[in-house]
Design a protein around this ligand. Structure first.
Ligand code: ASP
Length: 584
């Protein structure tokens, strides 16, 4: 028996009992006549004590030589601690050691295994197994496990069946590049790793399974913008004989259930907002609605004066930043420079200080008088003390820029509180999105998403105006998940592929299996997927998904611990019928 108790278990009620503990040496303090050793495991830390009066010389010597992270087993008596430590649950007791076995020695770890470590990110990732010994990382993984358990509990309670779908498949277009896997047995052919189980879950509906879910890895070979992972986990779901409303209900309830079970937060019902409204009010299809600062459009109240910048702009739009009228000139200049950074990309910013006495002071006083500025304030709902920040230009770009400023100001003002949860549904997404570079439309969600009833014809005349039966769940400014009601008949699916630029032959070659299946009684169906990593991070009050993944990859998609990706040897290449031709 390695242990009778865990290192986090012993309390005053155990005083007088003999116990066996196993764990890692966290710290040793040697006062000469007495040695204290902290022993740690997943459950906590217990202080061990050895001293000249009560411990043999050899044992004391052995304890003295214990290194950090040695794995030890001890036997001893639980005694009351002389100086108690109120900060840890085991702080009232210690264990007087009578036997000590070293189960395994350890090299000195490259960083300290403490809550606050001296190890930088790269080092911690290289030795992730040591990082995982740290409490904050363990807590995150335990938290993730709790969330996934609750998800399974809820969904199986609702009658969902967990089904595994294959990883070695053919491409599923979800907007990213595929990771591919060469097939040894089928010369010159490749599998693609799923960007999501999309087509399979739809086939499960054709198969009559009715309610499917899976907690599943998805793979997307995309540029790893901050906080993305090439492999990530989805809570993937699909339901048959449902309308959008049915799906929103089930997954709103799932989210409410999680917020309650995991965070103790109760939320009545989630607001809904159309995509168009989200874009015009927040410049963003995943608005953070924990705070106001809604956009005010100023075109009608600005474009009648001599100010050419506004007159020529498609959109003049602003936010009122609470309390920022007190910014100094220097701070305001810095803010203007902030929006001009390439990451934001504005050409400049006009601002209006709403003074406490009701007067206004702006950077465009030459063109606009107090009455004009009062109108701006009225549109924006700005109060005395607020700073109105105005951007102008191309509508889409300007909205995106102002959204970045809105988020930045909210962060600076401490309005993005991690323990406050503001979910909402964004609905009625456009079906198609114009790729500015190629001039082609592609599916905003994916090619299996159905257009809103009666809008199919619009595809020929005004493709950008077609709205989809597609929805996203947004939480605290993050897209937690999204889905759609699917196309379930062959003709509509073929029309959709045509509009996405597939020839009938290409569509058949890539998705013939799905269109075939649609000919055998495909039920109306729809679903959605939640990004588990992000959901867990947000429920955990943090925003970095990497912190909730046991073995994450870095920004170049590398696992620095196992050193992957890596080359393979010539023999393997030959077996796979592959030749490398790496361009410099
Ligand atoms: N497969 C979709 C995605 O990964 C989700 C869905 O439409 O159900 O975003």
């Amino acid at each position: 028996m390695y242990r009778s108790h865990s290192c986090g278990e012993l309390r005053e009620s155990h005083i007088g009992t003999t116990v066996t503990l196993s764990g890692w040496v966290s710290k040793t303090r040697d006062k000469g006549f007495v040695v204290w050793v902290d022993i740690r495991d997943r459950y906590g830390i217990t202080q061990l004590v050895l001293d000249e009066d009560r411990t043999s010389k050899e044992l004391l010597e052995q304890a003295r030589n214990l290194g950090r992270e040695f794995v030890i087993q001890i036997k001893g008596e639980v005694i009351e601690r002389a100086s108690k430590n109120a900060n840890i649950p085991t702080g009232n007791i210690e264990v007087l050691v009578s036997e000590l076995t070293i189960l395994n020695e350890s090299k000195t770890p490259p960083f300290t295994i403490e809550n606050e470590t001296d190890g930088g990110e790269d080092l911690r990732m290289k030795y992730r197994y040591l990082d995982i010994r740290r409490k904050p990382v363990q807590n995150n993984l335990i938290f993730r496990s709790k969330v996934t358990m609750e998800v399974r509990k809820f969904l199986s309670g609702e009658g969902f069946i967990e089904v595994e779908t294959p990883y070695l498949i053919k491409s599923t277009p979800e907007g990213a590049r595929d990771f591919v896997v060469p097939s040894r047995m089928n010369e010159g052919q490749f599998y693609a790793l799923p960007q999501s189980p999309q087509t399979f879950k739809q086939l499960l509906m054709v198969g009559g399974l009715d309610k499917y879910f899976q907690i599943v890895k998805c793979f997307r070979d995309e540029d790893l913008r901050a906080d993305r992972q090439p492999e990530f986990t989805q809570i993937d779901c699909e339901m048959a004989f449902v309308e959008q409303e049915d799906i929103l209900n089930v997954f709103e309830n799932l989210t409410k259930y999680l917020l309650k079970e995991v965070n103790g937060v109760e939320i009545d019902s989630f607001p809904r907002m159309t995509y168009d409204e989200a874009m015009s009010k927040y410049g963003n299809d995943k608005p953070d609605i924990r705070f106001g600062m809604e956009f005010g459009e100023l075109n009608t109240v600005t474009q009648h004066k001599e100010f050419g910048v506004f007159n020529s702009a498609e959109l003049v739009v602003c936010i009122a930043v609470p309390g920022a009228a007190s910014y100094t000139r220097k701070e305001l200049d810095a803010l203007v420079n902030w929006v001009k950074r390439p990451q934001v990309g504005a050409n400049g910013m006009v601002y209006v200080k709403c003074n406490e006495d009701g007067s206004f002071k702006s950077t465009v006083d030459k063109f606009y008088d107090q009455d004009d500025l009062a109108k701006w304030a009225a549109v924006t709902g700005a109060k005395p003390g607020d700073l109105i920040c105005v951007l102008s230009g191309d509508a889409n770009k300007t909205r995106t820029q102002l959204s970045a400023l809105r988020m930045e100001m909210a962060t600076r003002l401490g309005l993005r509180k991690p323990n406050e949860f503001a979910p909402l549904w964004v609905v009625d997404f456009p079906l198609l999105e114009l790729d500015e570079e190629t001039g082609h439309y592609h599916a905003m969600h994916h090619p299996f998403t159905s257009p809103k009833p009666g809008q199919l014809e619009l595809l020929d005349t005004d493709p950008g105006a077609v709205r989809a039966n597609a929805y996203d769940l947004v939480l605290n400014g993050n897209e937690i998940g999204g889905g759609s009601i699917r196309i379930h008949d062959k003709e509509t699916q073929a029309t959709m592929f045509k509009h996405l630029g597939f020839t009938p032959e290409e569509a058949k070659a890539q998705f013939g299996f799905l269109m075939d299946a649609f000919q055998y009684g495909a039920p109306p169906h729809g679903g959605l997927a939640f990004g588990l990593d992000r959901l867990v991070a947000i429920l955990g009050g943090q925003e970095t998904i990497r912190d909730f993944i046991a073995f994450p990859k870095n920004n170049s998609g590398r696992d620095v611990m196992i050193d992957a990706p890596a080359t393979i040897d010539d023999e393997q290449l030959k077996e796979l019928n592959l030749k490398l031709d790496i361009q410099e």
